[in-house]
Design a protein around this ligand. Sequence first.
Ligand SMILES: *Cc1c(COP(=O)(O)O)cnc(C)c1O
Length: 393
Amino acid sequence: MKKQDVFQIYQDCILNTYTRQPRIFVKGKGMTLVDIDGKKYLDFFPGWGVSNVGHCHPRVMSAIRDQVSKLIHIPNNFYHTQQAKLARELIYQAFPGKVFFCNSGTEANEAAIKFARAYGKGERFEIITFENSFHGRTLGSLAATGQKKYQEGFAPLPEGFKVIKFNSWPALEKTISDKTIAIMLELVQGEGGINVADRAYVYKIREICDKKNILMIIDEVQTGIGRTGKMFAFQHYGIEPDIITLAKALGGGLPIGAMIVKKKIADTFKPGMHASTFGGGLVICKAALGVLRAIQKEHMLKNAQKMSAYIFERLDALKARCKIIKTVRGIGLMIGIELNIEGKAITEECLNRGLVINCTHNTVLRLMPALNVTRKQADKALHILEKVLLKFS
Ligand SMILES: *Cc1c(COP(=O)(O)O)cnc(C)c1O
């Protein structure tokens, strides 16, 4: 198929819900992508935070190959070993709890919302969420999302969500009521512009949740699976949430979502209260085990921490020389560069020069390289980024 034919078919046959860059990728390995013309790119935003272990990691590929040759789907009214192994591994990494498997981030959050409602027994049902949060596109997760631009035109949304200012204690104190059943947050707001939750604030949320028997739900869809240099972002904060939701990087590129709830509340869900036809399928669970093993065996968390320090140091130095950079922030390899101009032209120019990055919230460039990024790859990316940023300064 020719390039122009592909673009034309997309225009004719695919609903126009995405702003797309005119690139057709055909191959990927680690941090490298190859397009249909044979041009190579360094991918510093792999799959919106999906490919944390790089594209086509050998452990993920062999897990998928091995499983598809044996059995692909078994419904959830039977058992299989891959789901058992993955659940055990996730709980071991997170906290003593139980897992519900689904297929995406928004579904994981829907599960958490339903779980909270069930926990509230109809007496308490309000969920507090935050400005500039992002929890997904289905109606429940959309109602939880604290950004009007995603909600416009889809009213009425499910009720019971209170959106308040992020990192503000007075706002939280004022909003908690005897109807509150959960507080749901990202510890680093991804789509909202890489906004990091204050440590003391998170600690106080944990305290008030304990005091009032409110569920603390942490959306780790983007921050999870090593993105911040620890397996989960909550592990930076010295607290344990009641529920975490996962998706993006967990499947190594295949779709999966998961909700993990603390053991002592796990019996809130009883048979029939929630379900997913594909959730926790054999192939995806085996792929996810490959991802977790790759992170562990190849010491990727350590590498992510080391490379994070290096990249932040380089970006801070660049900031001093580049007047369009306002701030540099983030944790681990979840890195935001806030500009005082719009970032779209910069991401496009980087793409032309063979570097894939992202811009969120109009002015925040987002870098999320794979956890096994090397110093050489970082240098190359930073070199391109620096040239482009200085050109626009
Ligand atoms: C991407 C994302 C979601 C939604 O995930 P999907 O798999 O696209 O439904 C939810 N929460 C956060 C924090 C995300 O980054």
